[in-house]
Design a protein around this ligand. Structure first.
Ligand SMILES: Cc1cc2nc3c(=O)[nH]c(=O)nc-3n(C[C@H](O)[C@H](O)[C@H](O)COP(=O)(O)OP(=O)(O)OC[C@H]3O[C@@H](n4cnc5c(N)ncnc54)[C@H](O)[C@@H]3O)c2cc1C
Length: 404
């Protein structure tokens, strides 16, 4: 954190994975010569989704744009040292391409096949297995009630999400971005353009452009600019557990019940640590998350997650539960996808909100895209306009069926 500048070409609200990726991509772009300030209210990131996520990346989406975004994401993560190295130090992000394994019963087969066709068309390396092939490939899996499954041979897996966020931040700072510890509480407009950012400390920063990267608080920050977005914080959990039985090559498994799990860290003589969770059963079971409610539901693991996972992987009958945490999804209620870029009627105000549980893996492509938008007024490398704000009023959803 540094002294407060009075003006900046670009002010970014929120300095976690998305805000820091945008800041980095701006400063690293040869055609950008402006100044960037990131305002972050909590540099411990204790409640930021970026620090609480399951830190996994997949190509198994139903919408082509999400696949394109994640294909860039995995390339970026593979080359992270080239992009985000600072003074010869390459970030250690522990990328493990273990794949996702989406499982389908007879009832879910047609959707799985449809999604698989889109993924193959976009160039994702996803294999389709029938029940016999699943049993042969994953001998620890119960397959009797399954019809088929899709598995990412390459391009999918997990990484250290905290390390990726910090790597963006460190590199952005090394390139000259000012990080300020403060809270954005309002904007001043000149005509229909945002021209000043007001901070809780009473300070003000004159600006050419503001980018809303406030995660689960994105709706509140948008409202400060008189912009309404259908983004609501939803509570999601991560549970850890330890399994003594050695299980070879467990991918990130997604069960038809909605339960998921994946290995965390490396197996040793005492067994393997896993993380996992399960989504809410209904809309009624999924109210908006209050700002200070990070309490873990003690019954979810015992009543729903463990039975579902032990059904699918019988070795999980004998596990030891470990710590658990809750974090906020910035859920876009309109179509479960990010809302990116400019807002009609408010000049100089860009959105990077509503990631609905897949924002960490999207941070490289979103950062690059918004940086291009700031510099050129248009996307240059990957067209993200399909995910624009205008689709809300036009009732043009980019429906993502694969939301975990
Ligand atoms: C349990 C869980 C599991 C997840 N698993 C995955 C996964 O496997 N893969 C994946 O890709 N994604 C996953 N996600 C989603 C992913 O973590 C988020 O989409 C992504 O981290 C969003 O990043 P962000 O920078 O937009 O928001 P955040 O990380 O939430 O950061 C927003 C920042 O803005 C700051 N801020 C807010 N308001 C203000 C203000 N007014 N002034 C100043 N600062 C402000 C906050 O302090 C915060 O640091 C998961 C999320 C959760 C909760």
């Amino acid at each position: 954190m540094t002294d407060l500048p009075q003006n900046a070409d670009v002010v970014i609200v929120g300095g976690a994975a998305i805000g820091s990726s945008i800041a980095y991509h701006l400063m690293a772009h040869p055609q950008f010569s402006g100044s960037v300030v990131v305002v972050e209210k909590d540099p411990s990131y204790a409640r930021a989704a970026s620090a609480l996520s399951a830190a996994s990346i997949r190509q198994q989406y139903s919408s082509a744009i999400n696949i394109k975004i994640s294909l860039f994401g995995i390339e970026f993560l593979r080359q992270i040292g080239t992009h985000l190295g600072v003074e010869g130090h390459s970030p250690a992000i522990d990328l493990h391409e273990g794949g996702y394994l989406y499982l389908a019963s007879e009832a879910g087969k047609s959707v799985l096949l449809e999604n698989h066709a889109v993924q193959r068309r976009e160039g994702a390396d996803i294999a389709l297995f029938d029940r016999q092939q699943l049993a042969a490939q994953f001998p620890w899996l119960r397959v009797e009630d399954l019809d088929c499954g899709t598995w990412g041979r390459t391009g999918e897996g997990w990484f250290d999400g905290w390390a990726v966020m910090q790597a963006f931040r460190r590199k952005a700072r090394a390139l000259g971005v000012h990080y300020i510890q403060d809270e954005v509480v309002g904007f001043q407009k000149t005509g229909q353009a945002v021209s000043e950012v007001r901070l809780a400390s009473g300070a003000k920063i004159g600006c050419g452009m503001v980018i809303n990267a406030a995660g689960a608080q994105g709706q509140k920050v948008a409202a400060m600019a008189d912009v309404s977005i259908p983004v609501v914080p939803k509570k999601r959990y991560v549970f850890t557990f330890h399994c003594k039985t050695p299980l070879a090559h467990v991918p990130l498994l997604i069960d038809p019940s909605g339960a998921w799990c994946r290995p965390e860290g490396h197996a040793d003589a005492s067994g393997q640590l896993f993380i996992g969770s399960i989504g809410p059963q209904s809309e009624a079971d999924d109210p908006p998350m209050a700002d200070d409610d990070f309490e873990v539901d003690p019954h979810l693991f015992e009543d729903r997650l463990w039975p579902a996972l032990a059904h699918r992987i019988p070795a999980f009958e004998e596990i030891r539960p470990g710590r658990a945490w809750a974090g906020p999804y910035d859920m876009n209620l309109f179509d479960h996808n990010a809302i990116l870029g400019p807002v009609t009627g408010v000049d100089g105000f860009l959105l990077a909100n509503g990631f609905s549980g897949h924002g960490l893996q999207q941070s490289p492509a979103v950062g690059r895209g918004l940086a291009e938008y700031v510099i050129f007024g248009a996307y240059r490398s990957l067209d993200l306009s399909e995910l624009g704000f205008d689709r809300l009023a036009a009732q043009r959803p980019v429906l993502e069926k694969c939301v975990i």
